[in-house]
Ligand binder design. Sequence first.
Ligand code: F1P
Length: 343
Amino acid sequence: MKGHHTLGELTSQPEAWERALAALATAAPALRGMLPAFDEVILTGCGSTYYLALAAATTLRERGVDARGLPASEIWLYPRSAYRAERKTLLVAVSRSGTTTETLRAVEGFKAHARGAVLTLSCYPDRPLAGLGDVNLVLEAGQEESVAQTRAFSVLYLATVALALLGTEPAAAGGDLEALAPLPDAGRRLLERYRPLASRLGSDPDLDRFYFLGSGPRYGLACETSLKLKEMSLSHSEPFHFLEFRHGPQAMLTDTTLLIGLVSDTNAASERAVLDEMAERGARVLALAERSADATLESGMPETLRNVLYLPVLQLLAYERSLWKGLDPDRPHNLDAVVVLDG
Ligand code: F1P
């Protein structure tokens, strides 16, 4: 059956999050208080895991950590612009497969030339990346058969939220993984409640382009969910920071556009204003927010901890669009699960 693996991986995310949270609780002593020892944290990956790095870096910055997200290829090929040897840096390398060439090369180069340490986040214990770090976290709950990441992404992203919670100074708010415990139930509810909405929009013949808007940590998630739509359904899809959409991209707006907003609490008014304005110009809108939206998260959790909940409905949208176009979500056109470079 087309999309069999993707659907299974996508819908089993709440159980995978439960397993991941248990694994992270076991790993907590290695992460607790880890970050203040470093001048800077650089997070890296490729494709989905690069977008994860962007989202995670912003979450860390929100908690007072000097953090950046970079594609692994930039760290490998442009080390002088990526990090400074005199700064004590933590490199957090993220990869589902643990075998992506650029990520392995980035870590090897960093270990040879930088001052600091490496934390790896991956899903398979026997793959090369899982042996390269000073601390290696393997989240087996993220393993998957499909090419496009869904469950792996959310599980690895959760690991970075745990790092933000545990790794910052004890004085910082939160501080414990208990705060993440409501996520699996909230995820279950979202998957059940919004499957029909995702299916309706996914099979809507009057849509031909999709723009994903997200700010703060949600920009990385907008990039990832936009990538899902591209990979699985070969649709025209782009991510933007919310207010950036007015600065050019809105020229592309048509009445066949679906504008998808990952709306925050903090800046809800400014973000909703963009969606409303574009709706007036003819776009269709899908807003996701904690409350009062087309899809509501209803987590009752602090904003920085609940961002993973924006993912399931949008992953479902990509899956449904792919099926509607007669494609196989498990096997995107022209893509392999891992990019391994020769030489
Ligand atoms: C990263 C990745 C995937 C993408 C593609 C190629 O892999 O870029 O995100 O979907 O199929 O590989 P990984 O390093 O996280 O395993």
